[in-house]
Design a protein around this ligand. Structure first.
Ligand code: MN
Length: 236
């Protein structure tokens, strides 16, 4: 049996629909898993869902409600949808407790950090000023915008077998204080954290870039999804 990976959906507040970019679930399928899309729906609780997955993929999206990490909104915060945040933070905490492998992408990494008690830089440009690299690229997603330097000894390093990667960048927020068992495992040249993983879970890995938008032109990006599906198979 192929491992089942829960894939969280984004929510379009104008159209009232859950939706997810195809690159996420197509990459899970290419990696040998079965994606199970999780709608962002009222009345759906993490408790009802968590036992049905062998692994969890937390996808990208809008900003996390800063009240969920104890801050008020900075003037440059983007759109928020607290119901999605609560569902995903709940799923993330339960997956961590149950030892279910988790891969977080972009907002997903931020969800992992907040779920573990961390905080976020609400707006990179405001926090870093002129020192900030381009993290909100205008070029299409298959194009890598900036380098990330990957820490020695990290799972991320063993997944890519490299100390440096060129990645795309579509985020104006990033990890500020890192939560609990997480450590930063990659950073950009301006010091912005670009990946984190848990030192006390078997597979609890997040990246700030979007591998699902790069896989078509950079097949090595599939390695992240393959690692999740492999670990999920082991958990099963
Ligand atoms: Mn970036």
């Amino acid at each position: 049996m192929k491992p089942v990976i829960g894939v969280t959906c984004d929510y379009d507040l104008n159209e009232n629909r859950s939706q997810v970019f195809s690159g996420y679930y197509e990459s899970i399928i290419r990696a040998g898993g079965i994606p199970l899309l999780v709608p962002c729906a009222e009345g759906l609780s993490p408790e009802d869902l968590i036992g049905r997955f062998d692994g969890l993929l937390l996808t990208g999206g809008q900003d996390i409600d800063p009240y969920l990490y104890g801050e008020e909104p900075h003037q440059d915060i983007g759109s928020v949808y607290p119901a999605r945040d609560r569902l995903e933070i709940g799923l993330c905490k339960m997956a961590a407790e149950a030892g279910i492998p988790v891969l977080g992408i972009c907002k997903g990494l931020q969800v992992m950090n907040v779920a573990m008690g961390g905080t976020l830089i609400q707006d990179i440009r405001s926090a870093l000023g002129g020192k900030a690299l381009c993290h909100s690229q205008k070029a299409p997603g298959f194009i890598g915008m900036h380098d990330v330097h990957i820490s020695e000894g990290s799972k991320l390093r063993s997944i890519f077998n490299s100390d440096k990667l060129r990645v795309n960048s579509f985020h104006h927020q990033a990890i500020k204080e890192v939560g609990g068992p997480l450590v930063i495992t990659a950073g950009a040249g301006d010091g912005v954290p670009e990946a984190a993983e848990s030192t006390s879970h078997r597979f609890f890995v997040g990246v700030q870039w979007h591998p699902e938008r790069m896989v078509s032109k950079a097949p090595e990006m599939l390695k992240l999804f393959e690692a999740l599906v492999r670990e999920a198979g082991g958990h099963r």
